[in-house]
Design a protein around this ligand. Sequence first.
Ligand SMILES: CC(C)(COP(=O)(O)OP(=O)(O)OC[C@H]1O[C@@H](n2cnc3c(N)ncnc32)[C@H](O)[C@@H]1OP(=O)(O)O)[C@@H](O)C(=O)NCCC(=O)NCCS
Length: 257
Amino acid sequence: MLTPEDLPACVRLAADRQWPEEPDKWAFLLRVGTGFGLFDGGELVGTTIATRFGDEHAAISMVLVAPGHGGRGLGRRLMEHALEFAATPVVSLHATSYGKPLYEKLGFRSVGLVTAHIGAFDGTASGTSRPVEDGDRAKVVAVDAEVFGADRSAMWGALFGFASQVRVADDGFAAVWRNGSVSMVGPVVAPSVSRAAELIADVAVGATVRVDVRDPALGAWLEGHGVVPRFTADLMVRGAFSGDRARLYAPVMQALG
Ligand SMILES: CC(C)(COP(=O)(O)OP(=O)(O)OC[C@H]1O[C@@H](n2cnc3c(N)ncnc32)[C@H](O)[C@@H]1OP(=O)(O)O)[C@@H](O)C(=O)NCCC(=O)NCCS
């Protein structure tokens, strides 16, 4: 199992795969989930993190194999181990084109594309939300469960501290957290694209942001405000999603859904 001491090695492994250095994200994921590492002579050569949301749903992330160790079954071993550990009827993940064939062999199917939009947001705040207060937290967690389809209260317990802002409205909420120089917007829960845009504007104003969206109209609105499409990933699931997922306009992060 990976511990906080393995963080520098995880960050190095990601860099070897041309992934960005994201130490705060790794630390957060290792706190809310369980990380597994494969070692070769003391060197970390493979990782994955499984985050269980109760007994129903788990998210798998950070599936990485060192460049010199690819194609020998390590990726499959890591995934099989994570799936056995999770032992939930529903497992979801966001897949790169490298990972997708492996996940398909393990019973995952793609349910849509998510496009990461990145840039300096040049819009203005809508003023239709306010900072979350302690008394709002239970409602945020309950609405998230309704929309996501699983109780993520343990993750939220950590996210309220990790997020730089969580803003709420009567009909939804949006959070933002720091990942190096970029403010990552998510989750965004709203009843419509236009409300999602208003909530995003309130947390993104004046910042360089990344928002991962599957709704083309929301993507077009972001692009119109300087936050442009950069890459896509497949949202994949093993088992079936539940929840009112149409209202989930952006994930917490791809690693958590
Ligand atoms: C994705 C990754 C983890 C795979 O690791 P790996 O150790 O090379 O994978 P494995 O050797 O276990 O191979 C996985 C399976 O996918 C298959 N596969 C790989 N590429 C394929 C392709 N293009 N088409 C069809 N099958 C493919 C392999 O044949 C193997 O199948 P098998 O287990 O039935 O023999 C690794 O390439 C990696 O770290 N990539 C960069 C980071 C990344 O994108 N990770 C995925 C995040 S979603």
